[in-house]
Design a protein around this ligand. Structure first.
Ligand code: DQA
Length: 164
């Protein structure tokens, strides 16, 4: 599912941040709520959209349970987006292909996990993405995405200021 919430005419020239969510994150709100909380993915995306307006960036959202769909969305961000926020879900711990896609597009990327993966099972401690990330935000719940957007928006603004 791909959705662009930046349909407001005045948002057209703003930098774009792609927000990628991986497998099972479509079930947020009902999936293990004791672990992942009660906010749905739509709630989380709404939070990000509100922050994007404040930070003067555009966002585009993709969620898929299929590795190839996520990889295609990351490829399509090349030349369009100025950064990527990704919660790859369980693919974080398994997918060399997703890592290669992130490396290939060479966009600033922030890795987000709702939970503190380091306080969970050992198989969640390793990420194939972390060493490519500008920052890794774990355990902050849905706010982690907002922190990530703050970081990427600030980076974009700093880049524009130095290249002006
Ligand atoms: C997650 C952590 C992963 O280990 C898990 O497979 C998920 C969600 C998180 O947001 O905390 O699906 O990425």
């Amino acid at each position: 599912m791909i959705s662009d919430r930046s349909d407001l005419p005045h948002s057209a020239g703003l930098p774009l941040v792609l927000v990628v969510n991986g497998p099972n994150l479509n079930l947020l709100g009902t999936r293990e709520p004791g672990t992942y909380g009660t906010e749905t993915l739509a709630d989380v995306e709404q939070r990000i959209t509100v922050a994007a307006t404040r930070l003067a960036v555009r966002t585009e959202f993709v969620q898929s349970n299929h590795e190839g769909v996520l990889i295609d969305a990351i490829h399509a961000a090349r030349g369009r987006a100025s950064g990527i926020i990704i919660n790859a879900g369980a693919f974080t711990h398994t997918s060399v292909a997703l890592r290669d896609a992130i490396a290939a597009v060479a966009l600033p990327m922030v890795e987000v996990h709702l939970t503190n993966v380091h306080a969970r099972e050992a198989f969640r401690h390793h990420s194939y993405l972390s060493d490519l990330a500008e920052a890794v935000i774990v355990g902050a719940g849905p706010l982690g995405y907002v922190f990530a957007l703050e970081l990427l928006a600030g980076r974009t603004a700093a880049h524009e200021a130095t290249s002006a």
